[in-house]
Write a protein that binds this ligand. Sequence first.
Ligand SMILES: [Zn+2]
Length: 313
Amino acid sequence: MLPLVYHPIYSQLDLPADHRYPISKYRRLYQHLTEVLKIEQQADALFYQPEAITAADLKSLHQPDYIDALFSNTLPAAKMRRIGFPWSQQLIDRTLTSAAGTRLAVDLAYEHGIGLHLSGGYHHAHHDFGSGFCLVNDLAFAARHALTLDGIDKVMIIDCDVHQGDGTATLLSDDDDIITFSVHCDKNFPARKPDSDIDLALPKQTTTEDYLTAFEAILNLALAQHQPDFILYDAGVDIHQNDELGYFNVCKDGIFKRDHLVLNHCQQAEIPVAAVVGGGYRKDHQQLVELHTQLFHAAIAVYPPQQCKTRAQ
Ligand SMILES: [Zn+2]
């Protein structure tokens, strides 16, 4: 069984017409998976809908004053500009539900070996400020949650979004049981890149072949060295050659191969993996759907229905 996590609220946010954030891609991806691929029948998949977490849930991860100001719309204008969204209750509700979705994907992965979230990857959210469309760091939140599960003593976050996971790196710098691993473009947002436990910074115009060769080598080393018993995977597609905020030269098939590489290792090594869709930026949101779909194709290839298992077995 392939567990999928989605909530319609992910695409329910009124934004200015020229806003860069591809807010409709979540709904479009869900529609594509259900109506075009009919993924539920094809892959013995099941959709789960998360229930929003609360502000209180976030106060051990983020600074309580930041969370209070964020939720009461009293953040200074400069801090809202750094986030990049106009404040609205929709924005807050969506953020809380998406963070819950990544946590739910963790729980489902723990149960079934894999959980896929049709949102998530808000890795630019720091302890006391948000940035780059990220208010709350769902990856750090879900990684700490994973450590509360029986038998999970070391978590690795593999962040393949083209932008470095700066918020995740700073939030978890003192968490020895969570290994942060970011693969990103060396000359891209964020300008300041605090150290993750492992950083693979690749130059602009990195090709599919160079990307996969470099990533696989470091991935193998990282997994051998740290031997995580849970993986969170950010499958951002802004590494694609036509992405408007990425500078890599990676093709669609390269995205499939990257996702397959990560999921196949998890399946072979019996490491539960929760994946989020991460970034991907185009004016035409529909063009992103085919790219994000690669994660689901890879999951179906790696986890055929009969091989998904429950911990009870
Ligand atoms: Zn990104």
